[in-house]
Design a protein around this ligand. Structure first.
Ligand code: C5P
Length: 402
């Protein structure tokens, strides 16, 4: 089969399984090639014969079948795929994937898989909204699993709401999007985003107002461009961006530890608003208010500089390290100095003086500072800025490979 087009389709046992036949038909029309695993539940809804006729390939279903394993072992089934698509994905297969279970061919193949995975959930609305299912889907998303749908509408069970399998054409479009290499395919990226919380005691912390919007937008844009993207984020109100491996942390120390854990990468973008200081000691118990007494004195200590740590010369240094600088005066001058001090390659310098109204807003007005000097960018939304930055990163890597 042609590389870049091979889909291992796993059909699990939902009422929408019959629509998987349409996914195969529409996908083949667009050049996709299918191998299919039909679970026992899936075979209750569609026959192996109809799947085989439409896909033009034999259908695999048994983990311990001599013929299946002799002809095509479960490891080879996934190794020879460019994408694994689970459609429809029932609550059961989602739970198995989230918990690493391997008790049939489909779940075993998924566990042995290192290819991108796209799931198209389909189930009753109450099941879909159940915290257990939502937690499992969140776990999968955090591991970089892509999710298409479900949509809202009339469900086969007679109820109405979220849970309908995405339209087969949308499923095929999502699969094609993942199979088309982007300008950063094959590269690894790491992004820090959001604020950090530095604990004073078990209930209090020192934090800041960073929304994480810019960092999350950059992570999403890197993933959309094909980079294997890890996002390490402090507490924000934002959903995890699609296609990223997300790690939630609270303190600067945790952010640094996670960051070091994920090196080496090709590209690092430090967009987090890391707290400069933390309480020197975290009180083990909630600090008590003393009636008539004086307020406690909190001694601060300096946090590690994550950007400077990543950018320091060494074997683990990413090929491109990008930092941010928020300045209220002499923006380009101070940011140029910061670029040198922190030894990063590029700095996005942001004028956050009160007149600009940039702080916390939806837009950003930056100067990109590189080794060749500053470049003024127009005012852009945070999403547009992320896309422009990623286009710039892609151009840089293209130039380097020429
Ligand atoms: O020194 P300053 O905080 O102004 O530098 C901003 C840049 O450094 C941002 O890219 C921010 O993410 C990064 N930074 C960091 N660790 C710190 C402080 C800042 O990664 N402790």
């Amino acid at each position: 089969m042609d590389a870049g087009k091979r889909v291992l389709l796993i059909i699990t046992g939902g009422i929408a399984a019959y629509k998987a036949l349409d996914v195969i038909r529409r996908g083949r029309e667009r050049g996709l090639q299918f191998r299919v695993i039909l679970t026992k539940g899936g075979a209750e809804f569609v026959t192996p014969l109809s799947v085989a006729s439409l896909s033009g390939s034999r259908v695999y279903s048994e983990l311990f079948s001599l013929t299946d394993e002799a002809e095509m072992g479960h490891i080879r089934l996934v190794r020879e795929a460019d994408l694994v698509l689970v459609a429809p994905a029932t609550a059961d297969i989602i739970a198995k994937m989230a918990h690493g279970r391997a008790d049939d061919l489909a779940s075993t193949a998924l566990l042995a898989n290192d290819r991108p995975v796209l799931i198209a959930p389909s189930m009753n609305v109450v099941m879909w909204n159940h915290p257990a299912v939502q937690a499992n889907v969140a776990t999968l998303r955090a591991r970089g699993v892509h999710v298409v749908g479900p949509g809202a509408g009339d469900l086969a069970c007679g109820e109405v709401g979220d849970g309908r399998l995405a339209d087969p054409l949308d499923i095929v479009a999502a699969a094609l999007g993942l199979l088309t290499p982007g300008p950063l395919t094959g590269l690894k990226a790491l992004v820090t985003s959001g604020p950090t919380y530095e604990a004073i005691d078990p209930v209090r912390f020192i934090g800041n107002r960073s929304s994480g919007k810019q960092g999350h937008a950059i992570a999403a844009a890197l993933a959309a461009a094909g980079a294997h993207t890890t996002l390490i984020t402090g507490p924000t109100a934002l959903p995890d961006p699609a296609g990223c491996h997300v790690h939630h942390i609270e303190s600067a120390a945790e952010m640094l530890a996670q960051t070091l854990d994920h090196l080496p990468v090709d590209i690092a973008v430090a967009a987090a608003a890391v707290s400069d200081w933390r309480p020197a000691a975290e009180a083990a118990q909630k600090m008590k208010k003393q009636e008539g007494g004086s307020p406690p004195q909190i001694t601060l200590t300096t946090n590690p500089d994550i950007l400077a740590t990543i950018a320091a010369p060494g074997p683990q240094r990413p090929r491109l390290v990008i930092g941010f600088a928020a300045e209220t005066e002499k923006v380009v001058e101070y940011a140029t100095l910061k670029r040198q001090k922190k030894q990063c390659d590029w700095i996005l310098a942001n004028d956050v003086s009160a007149e600009t109204g940039a702080f916390g807003g939806a837009d950003n007005k930056v100067h990109l500072i590189t080794a060749t000097g500053p470049e003024e960018w127009p005012r852009l939304s945070k999403t547009e800025l992320a896309q422009r930055l990623v286009a710039r990163i892609a151009a840089q890597f293209k130039k380097a490979s020429e």
